[in-house]
Design a protein around this ligand. Structure first.
Ligand code: DGL
Length: 269
């Protein structure tokens, strides 16, 4: 048993998809979340910059005495090296997500959407092919998705969002995929738009959710879970203004996080 919190980080809001799932499956765990809202997006930056940002994000979480670090960011997981000599367990999103997609596909035609850096890295393609070399992978970077999510353009009446989703996803639909990896943790917030465009028959694999399930299993295996009879709480830190984050995070998490959001200077780490 271990009473320390679980550390989760992302370049912005996207990692909340993992937090939401962790809160559901491990309600007795405390969570410390860092969203690097002052430097988002990571997805169009160089490998060196993403590596440096990821190291700073991990250093901040270590200062919070977390017992595990989850890089709930497709870009970091695809491009940066896992931190060397980390004294606690660490996971990114690529391996758990690829496993789930390989299990889900029936026709072995899997689509992957992600940031430009993620798609350029080929991380999901490599992971899928390692599991099953007969899987055909169809990739598409969707650089406009993250700004749409970070600006909260996610309610069903947003015509611009609908058009952008159609533009990116139509070629994947035409390729006959039956499974689509949401290779960026922001994308589940666009789920209704994605489903509408794909028009049935395609299983969406949510990288935040799959990674949370994987992390929970790891904690159980390593006997690092918290006491069962307690209610966990979550603290959120960002590197830019707390208000905008709080507003969208609350819609997404479905609960108030007022008094639980703080701002930090990530360049100190
Ligand atoms: N959350 C990031 C990811 O999963 C996307 C946002 C960004 O580009 O920083 O790739």
């Amino acid at each position: 048993m271990n009473q320390q919190p679980i550390g989760v980080f992302d370049s912005g809001l996207g990692g909340l998809t993992a937090v939401k799932e962790l809160q559901r499956i491990l309600p007795n765990e405390d969570i410390v979340y860092f969203g690097d809202t002052g430097r988002v997006p990571y997805g169009n930056r160089s490998r060196e910059t993403i590596q440096r940002y990821a190291e700073q994000d991990v250093a901040f979480l270590l200062e919070k005495h977390v017992k595990m670090v989850i890089a709930a960011c497709g870009t970091v997981s695809s491009v940066a090296n896992a931190p060397a000599n980390l004294p606690i367990p660490f996971t990114g999103v690529v391996a758990p997500t690829a496993e789930a997609a390989a299990k889900a596909t029936r026709n072995k035609r899997v689509g992957v959407i992600g940031t430009t850096a993620t798609i350029r890295s080929g991380s999901y393609r490599t992971a899928l092919r390692k599991i099953d070399a007969s899987i055909e992978v169809f990739e598409r970077d969707c650089p406009l998705f993250v700004p749409l999510v970070e600006n909260g353009w996610i309610s069903p009446e947003e015509t611009v969002t609908k058009l952008v989703v159609e533009r990116y996803l139509t070629p994947l639909k035409q390729a006959g995929i039956d499974t689509l990896i949401l290779g960026c943790t922001h994308y589940p917030l666009l789920r209704p738009f994605l489903l509408e465009t794909l028009n049935g028959g395609v299983t969406l694999i949510d990288s935040g959710r799959e990674t949370a399930l994987f992390a929970a299993n790891e904690l159980r295996k390593l006997d690092l879970c918290n006491q069962p009879n307690r209610q966990g709480s979550s603290l959120f830190y960002v590197s830019d203004s707390t208000e905008g984050f709080q507003q969208i995070a609350e819609i997404f998490l479905g609960c108030s996080i007022q008094h639980h959001v703080g701002r930090i200077d990530i360049e100190r780490y």
